[in-house]
Design a protein around this ligand. Structure first.
Ligand code: CA
Length: 369
């Protein structure tokens, strides 16, 4: 990327520092020019998302663009959608062995590699987006995530959050827990383990395969993300009933994976740029989903006649109890999972106590008449 191009971008942003830099002395310009002609590092990013998929795929694209622009082109990132370089569910291995230097996806896909990974994407009846980010960045969660991925030569970072997801698409009504008996549902991660406990069969499919599986009856139900993404996938054409809330994914964190050798070989300033760009996309995705979900939900209900329903109270209570048992079992089966779950539980009790008198008290207060 040319120096002039970056300066024209900076002028749009109009910060004092960049204006000084762009209008700087000849000496400064020469220095900046020299940097752009220095060795350029080219990275590949593999993702679990279809090309330019709204919210998730576009976040990966934005992350790549931001790293390239923020580094003034010293570190360029080329994005590969699922299947372009490696299939969606091989992203973890591809970055681990260095086929690509980075990846973007969701940690719940890797439970077969590292069971503890699931706790860093979504925990049924667990953290909201706000709580998840607090645990990761100020409650020790990220350190444990790094420890979980270290044996795979990977450095993880939070790189997006969808907020509370939807309960999913079903081809029949869910009136009691018995309706989950024998139900084949695309439901990855810990939510899938809970489904198993209540008699269903979880299926782990990447996004690109969901629509066909649901339409052909290979699966009876699926969850994906929320209205904004689900509308884009056309899931309303394959199942009639749309349930809320997404008890299984209350604040799903997306991840950026970095090959440890590639990351550590970067000079310190580029490492900081990568961290800052990743943190930015982590916040930005939540903003986008929060802004767009309700409009998409209105389209689904008003234009596509989706039957939109809340899970019955008894069903949610049963799923909550099954989740608590599942989490204890998953943790007990693996020492790293137990360590992560202990940290999760300790933070959970504190953050819930705080949110009782802050978020919940405020949301209740603003509904008063
Ligand atoms: Ca989901």
């Amino acid at each position: 990327m040319s120096y002039l191009f970056v300066c024209s971008l900076a002028l749009v942003g109009l910060t004092a520092a960049t204006l000084v830099a762009c209008g700087g002395s000849e000496e400064e310009k020469t220095t900046a020019k020299a940097e752009t002609t220095a060795d350029v590092i080219n990275w590949k990013m593999v993702t679990t998302w279809p090309k330019n998929f709204p919210g998730l795929g576009t976040a990966a694209e934005d992350l790549a663009k931001n790293i390239t622009a923020m580094s003034n082109g010293r570190l360029t990132v080329k994005v590969y959608a699922a299947g372009e370089l490696v299939p969606a569910l091989e992203v973890f291995d591809a970055v681990s062995r260095g086929t690509a230097q980075m990846g973007h996806g969701g940690a719940f896909y890797w439970k077969g590699k590292a069971p503890a990974a699931q706790f860093f994407s979504a925990v049924p009846f667990g953290f909201t987006a706000q709580e998840m980010n607090s645990w990761l960045h100020y409650g020790g969660g990220l350190k444990l995530w790094e420890e979980t991925y270290a044996p795979f030569n990977l450095i993880p970072m939070a790189a997006g959050n969808t907020g509370v997801q939807m309960g999913g698409w079903f081809n029949k009504e869910i009136n009691s827990l018995a309706d989950f008996q024998g139900l084949k549902m695309r439901l990855p991660g810990l939510g899938g383990e809970v489904l198993k406990k209540v008699g269903g069969t979880p299926v782990n499919l990447p996004g690109s395969e969901i629509f066909t599986a649901l339409q052909t009856g290979t699966i009876d139900a699926t969850e994906w993300v929320g209205p904004y993404n689900d509308l884009a996938f056309g899931l309303y054409k394959a199942a009639k009933f749309y349930y809320y809330p997404g008890w299984h994914e209350p604040g799903s964190t997306m991840e950026a994976l970095y090959n440890k050798d590639a990351f550590e070989a970067l000079p310190e300033d580029l490492q900081l740029i990568v961290r800052a760009a990743t943190r930015q996309v982590n916040a930005d995705m939540l903003d986008e989903f929060t802004a767009r979900n309700n409009t998409a939900l209105e389209t689904l209900v008003n234009e596509h006649n989706v039957v939109f329903k809340a899970f019955p109270r008894e069903v949610l209570i049963a799923l909550k109890n099954a989740s608590a048992e599942t989490l204890e079992e998953v943790a007990a089966a693996d020492p790293m999972s137990q360590k992560v779950y202990d940290s999760f539980k300790a933070f959970n009790s504190k953050v819930r106590a705080w949110h009782e008198v802050s978020e919940r008290a405020y949301i209740n207060a603003r509904e008063l008449e």
